[in-house]
Every structure is written in C-alpha cells, then in structure tokens.
Design a protein around this ligand. Structure first.
Ligand SMILES: C[S@@+](CC[C@H](N)C(=O)[O-])C[C@H]1O[C@@H](n2cnc3c(N)ncnc32)[C@H](O)[C@@H]1O
Length: 300
C-alpha cells in the first residue's frame, strides 16, 4: 500500500523518533487534565507536527478484515428476522480519516470521530481527494460502499451521536464495530478507566459486535511518558475486563495484572489476539519484526 498525499497537508517537521517523542511529551506536559483535548486541537491547528499521521491505514487493518474474517465477520449484520443491514462502525480519534475510508470500502457505515474541528476539515478534504484511489475502492464488487460521516466531538460525551445522525439508536450499544487505532495510546493512563467504560457502552451486544484494537506501542518503557503511552497487551486486558475501574499500576507505570480478579460490570471478553502480518514501520522492531498486536473484544 502506498501513502496517498493530501495536497492540503502542511510540510511536516521531520524529526528523529526520540526528538519527536520528546516534543510530544513536552507539548502535553502543558496540556494535562482538562486541557488535554485542547492539546490535540492545537497540534491540528498548527498542522506542521502530526507525527502519527501516515496518510494511509495501517496494513494491519486490511490484514484483519481479509485474513481474520472468521473472528471479525463481515460488514453485513444479520438481524434475528433474517434480514440484513450494514454494520455501523466507529473510529474514535480518526485523525485524517484514513481508516474510515477503508472501512467504508469494506461496506461498513462509518463514523469518524475527532475532537479537533481542524482534523474533521482535513478528513473531508482527504476523503474527496482520495475516494477513487485504488486503496479505497470497493472491496466486494458484488456489494457497494458503506456511508461515511466525519463528526467533531468528545468521545466521552454523547452529543456527537446526534450530530452523526444516530440519535434514534440511543446512547448505548450503537456500533457493531469499533476500531481503536492509536487512540488508547493517545489517552493519558488516568483516562483509561473512562476509555474502557465508554468502549463497553458504545459497543453493541455480542455476538456480532467487535471492538478491534491495534495494540501499539507494545514495547515502549512504561515510564517513558507519552503520547503515545506504553500500551502492552496486559493494559488492554486489565482495563477492558474492568471498565470504569481503577487498575493498579506500579510506580514505574507498569500495569499490575490481577488474573484472579472477577471481571467487572460491562466487561469485554477478548475473543482474538494475534500479531498482524504487517503494520506501519513504527510498530516494528529494529529487525523489522512486527511488535504490534491485534486484539478483538466482545460483550459476554
Ligand atoms: C495519535 S492521534 C491518532 C489519529 C489517527 N487514529 C491516526 O492514527 O492517524 C489521536 C487522535 O485522537 C484525537 N482525540 C484525542 N482525544 C479525543 C477525544 N476525547 N475525542 C475525540 N478525539 C480525540 C486527536 O485529535 C488525534 O487526532
């Protein structure tokens, strides 16, 4: 897959990884707590330092949809009366919207959610520029593309559901697919209980609704700060097994596993866990081996 450049993207400050991460950390040191979302909005407004923005989906997403369909299913939802409709998908913190475009090509009706209104504008421009590119062409010739809508809102609030045209579906169990790509790692660790609770609330009941998480960065030192904050598999496991609950962390920022603790209300169950065949270079080790994981979660 080749990245598709957006004519409107500002030239980026190209920095070595360590410098780029230090700059991100310093920026967000000034935007903690209630100012955290504004920290993201400011980066989008400046537009010249978007180090996560790779202008194309991670190859891990098509690998998951094509090669792990036995776990994640397709874009078609079969209702109890035997009729079908497209699944509704959510990409929270969708950035420039590349994953929204890909899921739409796979037949999902997709909502791309962004706190930054500048990012939403960037999504609209990118979508128009790229929708006929081979990467985003319909995947199943016998079907058609799903719909897409980009909406500004805070993942933790409800108002964007209405703005996305989903008001009639209530506030719970709205999506049959949620794709978390570099959204969990974008949250300060103190926000993770709320992240897990919100995922659990928005995900439709099993068996046809999946939360897919691309786990990244899995090898970053837990005390190295962020974003991106260290996101080993056990962090997803502990938080999604206990949505809304505080999870113990060591002083070094390491998640303490509680394998015998009963799961909490709204807990999601991991139904798949593997390393994708390919991923962006940032998710590989120095030898080019994939370090990211995909995890798939459902209500019990
Ligand atoms: C690390 S970036 C990843 C963007 C995109 N997933 C990608 O990989 O290109 C995280 C994104 O989440 C957005 N974001 C952060 N907090 C948010 C929130 N509470 N609600 C919605 N979007 C949020 C930021 O504006 C930012 O674009």
């Amino acid at each position: 897959m080749a990245a598709i450049p957006a004519a409107t993207r500002k030239p980026q400050r190209e920095l070595p990884l360590q410098e780029s991460r230090a700059l991100m950390r310093d920026h967000f040191t000034e935007h903690t707590g209630e100012k955290y979302n504004e920290g993201w909005a400011k980066l989008w407004e400046a537009g010249d330092f978007l180090p996560w923005d790779r202008m194309m989906p991670s190859p891990a997403l098509p690998d998951t949809l094509d090669n792990h369909a036995s776990v994640v299913g397709s874009a078609k939802l079969v209702l109890p009366d035997g009729t079908t409709r497209r699944k509704r998908a959510l990409v929270p913190g969708c950035g420039r919207g590349v994953d929204v475009m890909l899921l739409q090509a796979y037949g999902y009706d997709v909502v791309g959610l962004e706190y930054s209104s500048k990012a939403v504008e960037a999504c609209e421009v990118y979508a128009k520029e790229t929708e006929n590119e081979a990467l985003y062409r319909i995947k199943d010739e016998k079907a058609s593309k799903g719909s897409r809508v980009f909406v500004q809102g805070d993942f933790y609030a409800d108002d964007w559901l209405e703005k996305a045209g989903l008001g009639e579906h209530g506030k719970e169990g709205v999506f049959e697919l949620i794709y978390d790509y570099t959204f969990f790692c974008a949250m300060q660790p103190s926000m993770r209980p709320a992240w897990a609770k919100r995922m659990s609330t928005l995900l439709a009941p099993n068996p046809q609704a999946n939360l897919i998480c691309l786990e990244f960065p899995t090898t970053k030192a837990p005390n190295a700060g962020g974003p991106p904050f260290a996101s080993p598999s056990k962090a997803y496991m502990e938080h999604l097994s206990h949505p809304g609950e505080d999870i113990p962390y060591s002083e070094e920022g390491e998640v303490r596993m509680q394998p015998f603790a009963e799961s909490g209300p709204g807990a999601l169950e991991r139904v798949g866990h593997w390393q994708p065949a390919d991923t962006h270079g940032i998710g590989k080790d120095a030898d080019g081996n994939v370090a990211d994981y995909i995890s798939v979660w459902r209500h019990r």
